[in-house]
Design a protein around this ligand. Structure first.
Ligand code: PEP
Length: 684
C-alpha cells in the first residue's frame, strides 16, 4: 500500500516534471499568470520567472526519481507532502475563484479542468500523507553505492532538458503548432458541429486614456493600438487550433490569406517586438535576402502596435509586411522572440528559435534542394515516452548491474566463509571479514543457569558446525566457569564490560586484565545501556577500549542513535561522533581488533527491528566512514554487526545484506534454540 502510493506519486511527479522541463518558457508564463492573480505582475520574459520555472520542474522531476527509487526516503516523503499540500490549496483557490482557466500542472502536455486538477491533487495529497507516516516502508531499489550517481544523473538529465529547450525550442512540442501540423486542417470544424464563439478585445489609447474596443466598435486611427486578447464567449466544438486569427495593419482579418499561400512562406514571429532580441537582426536579414532572391513569402507576426513594428523595421533596416495577432497565440506558436516558422499552404514545415535561426551559411540554394523543409517532428506522448525511456534505460542497467555485482560478491563471500572456518574469528587475512553472531546476556542468569546455557550452546554448535563465528558475552561472575566448559574454537567467550582504570582502589570494578585472565577473548564496550544508565562518556569509553586492547581483548564496540535522533535525521552524525569520540583514535594495527556493532537504541529490546534496508544503509555508511579513516581495505575487513531485536525470523533477511556481517543479540541469546536459529541464518 505504501509502495503503491509512493510509486503513483513518483510517476506523476516525473511525468509532470518532464513535461514542464521541456517548456521552461511555458512554465514561466504559467507562473506569471499565478502571480498575477495575487496582484504581482512580473514579466514572463524576465530571468526571474524563467529561473523559477526551471527550478520547479527540476525539483519535481528529481523528487519523483527519489520516490521511485526509494532514495532519501524520509526527506523525499516530507518534501512531497509539503509540495502537495501547497498545490492542493493553490488549486482549490483557482477552482473556487476561476482566476486561471488551466492549472498547467502537466505543462502543455495534458490539460485538466480546475475541478479535475483539484481532485487529482486531493488524491496525491492522500498518497503523500501515507508515505509521510511510513517513509521506512518505501522500497529502496538501490544499494548504497550508486545513490549519489543516480541523484546527479537525474538532476543533470532534467537540467539539460530544460536548458536545451530554453536555448533552442521545446525538446517535445505539446502545442498544436508542431512541425508537420496542417493549421487549416487543425482549425476545421466537422460539418454540423457548433463552433465556439470568440470575442477579440482591443486595448487602444488616445491622449493618455486607455479604452477597450471590439471589432464592432473599432475606433478611427487617432487611437493607438496597445494590446489585444481573444476570449471564448460561447462554448462549442473546439478544434485543435481554435484561436488562430491574424489581422493587417488596417485591422482587416487576413487569416485565410496567410494560411493559403502556395509558395514557401517564412513567418517571423515577434510576440512582442519591443522586447525582441535584436542580436538576431543579421540572421533575420539573411532570411529576408534569401526570400527576395528566391521569391518566397516573408512576413512578421506580432502582438505589438503598428508603431512598435515600424520602429523595429526602422532600426533593423528591413521591411516586410507585419501582421498582428494575439500575444498568447504567438507565444503558443513558438517559444522564442523572435522565432521563425516555415509554412507552405498552412502546413508547418520547420521552426527555429532565435538561437538557431537559419543564416546565409545554411540558406545556400532553393528550399527544394535543402533539408530545411522538414524539421524534426518531435511532439506529443510518443516523444515523451521516448525521452523518458532514454532516461530510464541507463538507470535500469545501473540498478541491475549493481544487484548482480552485490549478489556475486555475496556468493563469493559465503563460499569463502564456509571454507575458511570459524575458529580464529579475528584473524585478519586480507581476503574477507568474519561473520559473527554474538550473544549479550546482559544482567540475566545466575551462575548455574548461565553455565547450563553456555553448555547447551556449546553442544549444539559442536554438533552442527556454525557457518559463522559465535561469541557469548556473559556477566563477569560467569566468565571463569563458562570458559572452563566452552570449546572456544567453536564458541568464543566475551565480557559485557571492563573498567576504565588499569587497577587499584576502584571498589566493585573489574579490569580488562582480570577479564582476560578468565579466558575471555572479547569485551563489549559502548553499549547504549552503559552509556545511558552508567553515564559512560566517549572519553571513558576511549580509555576502556585502550585498556582492553592493551590486554589483548578484542572489542565489540557499539554505536547507535535514539528514536528522536533518527526522527531528526541525525543518525549518521550521532554514530560518526560516537566512533570519532572513542575508537577513531586507534592505530591501523589496533583497529584490526575492533568489531563494530550498530545498535539503534529504539530497536534494542523493544521488538522493533530496523528494516534490513535501514540497517544496511547505516552499516554501509559506517563502513564508508571507516574507509575514510583507515582506508578502503581496512573498511572491507572490518566486521560490522547489527543489533536490535534480531530473531531467527528476521536474521536471514538482515544477514543477506552486503554490509551486515552478523548480529549482536540480546534477548534471543538467552535461549539456546533461538540463538542457534540466528546462527543458522548464515547457512540459508
Ligand atoms: C543488545 O542489547 O545488544 C540487543 C541487541 O538487545 P535485543 O536483541 O534484545 O534487542
Amino acid at each position: 500500500m505504501v509502495e503503491a502510493c509512493c510509486l503513483l506519486t513518483a510517476f506523476v511527479f516525473i511525468f509532470s516534471g518532464f513535461t514542464k522541463a521541456v517548456d521552461p518558457q511555458g512554465g514561466a508564463i504559467k507562473i506569471g499568470e499565478y502571480l498575477n492573480t495575487f496582484g504581482l505582475s512580473i514579466s514572463d520574459d524576465g530571468v526571474l520567472l524563467q529561473l523559477l520555472s526551471v527550478l520547479e520542474s527540476t525539483f519535481e522531476f528529481v523528487l519523483g526519481v527519489h520516490l521511485l527509487l526509494g532514495l532519501r526516503r524520509k526527506i523525499a516523503s516530507v518534501l512531497s507532502f509539503v509540495m502537495m499540500l501547497f498545490m492542493t490549496v493553490l488549486t482549490l483557490y483557482i477552482y473556487v475563484t476561476g482566476k486561471i482557466s488551466d492549472c498547467g500542472c502537466f505543462g502543455e502536455a495534458l490539460h485538466l479542468s480546475n475541478r479535475d486538477t483539484f481532485l487529482k491533487n486531493i488524491l496525491l495529497l492522500a498518497f503523500t500523507t501515507v508515505t509521510l507516516f511510513f517513509p521506512d516502508r518505501i522500497v529502496s531499489v538501490l544499494n548504497k553505492g550508486p545513490h549519489r550517481g543516480v541523484q546527479l544523473y537525474s538532476l543533470l538529465f532534467v537540467l539539460l532538458v530544460s536548458l536545451w529547450s530554453y536555448h533552442y525550442l521545446p525538446l517535445v512540442d505539446y502545442r498544436p503548432y508542431y512541425i508537420g501540423q496542417d493549421i487549416p486542417g487543425a482549425m476545421s470544424i466537422p460539418a454540423g458541429a457548433q463552433a465556439p464563439q470568440y470575442k477579440t478585445t482591443f486595448i487602444l489609447e488616445k491622449n493618455g486614456e486607455r479604452k477597450e474596443f471590439t471589432l464592432d466598435n473599432y475606433p478611427d486611427s487617432t487611437w493607438k493600438f496597445i494590446d489585444s486578447r481573444t476570449e471564448e464567449v460561447s462554448p462549442g466544438y473546439k478544434p485543435e487550433i481554435y484561436d488562430f486569427a491574424v489581422f493587417s495593419d488596417k485591422d482587416e482579418e487576413v487569416t485565410h490569406d496567410i494560411l493559403h499561400q502556395k509558395n514557401y512562406f517564412f513567418w517571423l514571429i515577434f510576440p512582442r517586438v519591443e522586447t525582441t532580441d535584436n542580436g538576431e537582426i543579421d540572421a533575420i536579414g539573411d532570411i529576408y535576402d534569401y526570400c527576395r532572391r528566391y521569391n518566397y513569402g516573408i512576413c512578421g507576426l506580432t502582438s505589438s502596435s503598428h508603431q512598435a513594428a515600424e520602429a523595429w523595421e526602422h532600426s533593423a533596416g528591413i521591411r516586410f509586411p507585419f501582421y498582428y495577432a494575439d500575444e498568447t497565440m504567438l507565444k503558443t506558436m513558438i517559444r522564442s522572440n523572435p522565432g521563425v516558422m516555415l509554412v507552405k499552404n498552412g502546413k508547418i514545415l520547420n521552426k527555429w528559435g532565435k538561437n538557431a535561426l537559419p543564416d546565409e551559411d545554411s540558406l545556400t540554394s532553393a528550399l527544394g534542394k535543402l533539408s530545411l523543409t522538414y524539421g524534426n517532428v518531435s511532439h506529443g506522448m510518443t516523444s515523451t515516452i521516448k525521452w523518458l525511456l532514454l532516461f530510464f534505460i541507463p538507470l535500469i542497467f545501473r540498478i541491475f548491474a549493481g544487484r548482480i555485482s552485490v549478489s556475486l560478491r555475496n556468493r563469493r563471500k559465503k563460499r569463502a566463509n564456509n571454507i575458511i572456518g570459524k575458529q580464529d574469528l579475528i584473524k585478519n587475512n586480507n581476503t574477507m571479514r568474519k561473520k559473527i553472531v554474538a550473544g549479550n546476556w546482559k544482567m540475566n542468569m545466575n551462575l548455574q543457569d548461565g553455565v547450563a546455557l553456555a553448555k547447551e550452546i556449546n553442544e549444539v554448535c559442536k554438533a552442527d558446525k556454525p557457518a559463522c563465528g559465535v561469541i557469548i558475552c556473559t556477566p563477569f561472575i560467569h566468565l571463569a566457569s563458562v570458559a572452563a566448559i566452552l570449546d572456544q574454537n567453536v564458541v568464543a567467550l566475551g565480557a559485557e564490560n571492563c573498567a576504565d582504570k588499569e587497577k587499584g582502589a576502584y571498589t566493585g570494578e573489574v579490569s580488562a586484565e582480570m577479564v582476560k585472565s578468565t579466558g575471555a577473548q572479547y569485551v563489549i564496550l559502548g553499549h547504549s545501556e552503559r552509556r545511558q544508565y552508567y553515564n559512560e562518556t566517549p572519553e571513558i569509553l576511549k580509555n576502556k577500549v585502550a585498556l582492553a586492547l592493551k590486554n589483548n581483548l578484542k572489542v565489540i564496540f557499539c554505536c547507535g542513535e535514539t528514536l528522536e535522533e533518527r526522527e531528526a535525521g541525525k543518525q549518521n552524525e550521532v554514530v560518526k561522533a560516537e566512533l570519532e569520540g572513542s575508537v577513531f583514535n586507534l592505530s591501523a594495527e589496533e583497529w584490526k581488533n575492533i568489531v563494530l556493532a550498530y545498535e539503534p537504541i529504539w530497536a534494542i529490546g523493544t521488538g522493533k527491528t530496523a528494516t534490513a534496508d535501514q540497517a544496511e544503509e547505516m552499516l554501509a555508511y559506517i563502513r564508508s566512514i571507516v574507509a575514510d579513516k583507515y582506508g578502503k581495505q581496512a573498511a572491507e575487513d572490518t566486521t560490522i554487526l547489527y543489533g536490535g531485536s534480531c530473531k531467527p525470523s528476521n536474521a536471514p533477511e538482515l544477514f543477506s545484506k552486503p554490509d551486515i556481517d552478523g548480529g549482536l543479540i540480546g534477548g534471543a541469546s538467552l535461549k539456546a534454540a533461538d540463538f542457534k536459529g540466528i546462527i543458522d541464518a548464515w547457512k540459508k
